[in-house]
Design a protein around this ligand. Structure first.
Ligand code: FAE
Length: 519
């Protein structure tokens, strides 16, 4: 079992960190510590099952030489990116000039994983995407959820599992009166007023960032985080990331251990029963310092849409899990993500101070000619730029597949940038209308020289191991009792809103069933 001394030492720091040793045997092993993994960790440990979460990224609990755990967005250092020597900002240009900078290669918190047709941004560390995301906690539209996951009972999701997820995630609503006066949301008010004047409705977005803390930031009574341009490289304060919610609650049961900086490379049936799980222990430069194999009675795949899909496709191709269904690796999508920015008139100032946490979206989802749900995104550069930025979520029907490439020994993703054209078309309808009504133009200098659309990146990878296709209706992998998928790979490429509440609620539903019938 897990070495007790290490465990106790680390527990004093808050997280029950412990390093697995070769040949350890564990009842339940969870691969990855994002939303799906954190739900599995909490519900398994609450049910009395000792659970080990294996996470390839770091436990972000130690301040750097600047006294902070995470680096700021305006001064990225090695902590910002996963194993890169230059930053890869979503907006990589300004006035058409590249703005990325050199950094030391390090196991940083944000991964920009490059496939031929798309860059997929993902969190790396204990807490997964919750460490780097915008915190927007949005329940999908009920009729759209019913369309994308027809095998799931919709009433139980909306009556039980979405509320359960929101409560455990610590979701809170912004005070609308404060929103109207806060300097840090001037950018959102400008975009809202322009949307309204162009015939579009807007809606407040809930968040897991503590809006009470943000009010104090605005009042200058606490150290700033969202108001200090912190978001995609981590928040030093204010954010209820999973290490403070689900994982902390799992730790409180006394049955959780977390093995950080270990990347799982193989899962296969073990002769002695259960599954053998092989992993590489990584140093902060990403080098393997040890390889270990442990045995687990049950394995929960929670490495995210890309991580889980890559691992399962490789295991099938390598003959370690040869009977996985053909649907494993299929049905991947980018949630229709596309980014765009508009240039405002000189009198429409968006504010030098902008909260890193978005709080409002333009809701044009009901438009049958091109549904769009566009988050009004901050551009927290610390100076007035007159820019209105948006992340549009659209109903792009295109999907891609993961497949094993025997010559490179790696798993590839077939997505082509051109497959994102339906997303661009839908977003263009909305923002052309706003530009026309406002007599404004697009910024064409931020995503590349003369490039209006940020169409080659996504923050919302979904699918690859779709519920009721690649798994049964609760995430069980057919033919392999004791193997489960619990993360965003279950969702077929689209959820119409920012995805983590959907991922969390679906994991809650599936874990409840798995615990009552399998364990
Ligand atoms: P995820 O959270 O990605 O966790 C997977 C974990 O597994 C990661 O910690 C990996 O390091 C780890 N892992 C991967 N492979 C391995 C391996 N082989 N061995 C061990 N560990 C491994 O998966 N969503 C919203 O709803 N609202 C937002 O405001 C929002 N903003 C975002 C902003 C950014 C910059 C990004 C990148 C994402 C954003 N998202 C947002 C998306 C959201 O974070 C994402 O859908 C979830 O984190 C996905 O949850 P999963 O559990 O699927």
């Amino acid at each position: 079992m897990v070495r007790r001394r290490t465990l106790m030492k680390a527990a004093a720091l808050g997280l029950p960190l412990a390093t697995l040793a070769n040949d350890d045997h564990v009842p339940a092993l969870v691969i990855g510590s994002g939303y799906g993994g954190a739900v599995a960790a909490l519900r398994l440990t609450q049910a009395g099952i000792a659970t080990v979460v294996v996470e390839m990224g770091m436990a972000w609990n130690t301040p750097g030489s600047d006294g902070k755990v995470f680096c700021g967005m305006l001064s990225p250092d090695q902590r910002s990116y996963w194993l890169r020597t230059t930053t890869d900002q979503p907006l990589g240009y300004f006035l058409g000039i590249p703005v990325n900078k050199s950094i030391a290669r390090y196991t940083g918190v944000l991964d920009s994983e490059k496939f031929p047709g798309i860059r997929v941004y993902q969190g790396r560390g204990v807490g997964g995407g919750s460490l780097v995301n915008g915190g927007m906690a949005v329940v999908p539209k009920r009729d759209y959820f019913a369309q994308i996951l027809p095998s799931v009972d919709v009433a139980s999701m909306y009556d039980t599992y979405f509320p359960r997820a929101n409560a455990a995630l610590g979701v809170n609503a912004i005070d609308p009166a404060w929103f109207e006066t806060a300097d840090c949301y001037q950018f959102a008010r400008v975009s809202r007023d322009q949307a309204k004047a162009s015939g579009y409705a807007t809606t407040f977005l809930n968040n897991v960032y503590d809006f009470g803390y943000m009010k104090q930031e605005q009042a200058n009574t606490v150290p700033r985080s969202a108001l200090a341009s912190e978001v995609i490289y981590g928040n030093n304060y204010g954010k209820r990331s999973l290490d403070k919610t689900y994982l902390a609650a799992a730790a409180a049961t006394g049955r959780l251990t977390i093995t950080a900086q270990h990347a799982v490379t193989a899962v296969a049936p073990a002769a002695a029963g259960g599954y053998s799980v092989t992993m590489n222990q990584l140093d902060t430069a990403g080098a393997t310092v040890a390889t270990k194999t442990v045995r687990a009675d049950r394995v929960f795949f929670a490495a995210g849409s890309v991580g889980t899909s890559k691992l399962l496709v490789a295991m099938r191709a390598q003959g370690r899990l040869p009977n996985l269904p053909a649907a494993v690796g299929q049905g991947w999508g980018n949630n229709g993500n596309v980014m765009v920015a508009r240039a405002n008139h000189i009198w429409n100032t968006t504010g030098a101070l902008q909260s890193g946490m978005p709080a409002m979206g333009i809701d044009n989802w009901a438009d049958p000619a091109g549904p769009v749900f566009a988050e009004i995104a901050p551009f927290p550069a610390g100076t007035e730029l007159w820019i209105s930025l948006y992340l549009a979520i659209t109903k792009n029907p295109n999907r891609a597949q993961f497949s094993w490439n025997s010559s490179t020994g790696a798993v590839g993703l077939s997505w082509q940038t051109a497959q994102n054209q339906p997303a661009v078309n839908a977003a263009k309808r909305v923002f052309d209308t706003i530009n026309k009504a406002q007599a404004t133009v697009y910024r064409s200098d931020l995503f590349g020289p003369n490039k209006v659309w940020g169409d080659d990146l996504t923050y919302h990878p979904l699918g690859g191991c779709v519920l009721n296709q690649a798994t049964d209706n609760y995430g069980r992998l057919p033919g392999y009792p004791g193997l489960y998928v619990v993360d965003g790979s279950l969702i077929p490429g689209s959820t119409g809103v920012n995805p983590f509440v959907t991922i969390t609620a679906l994991a809650e539903r599936n874990l409840e069933r798995i615990l009552t019938t399998d364990i």
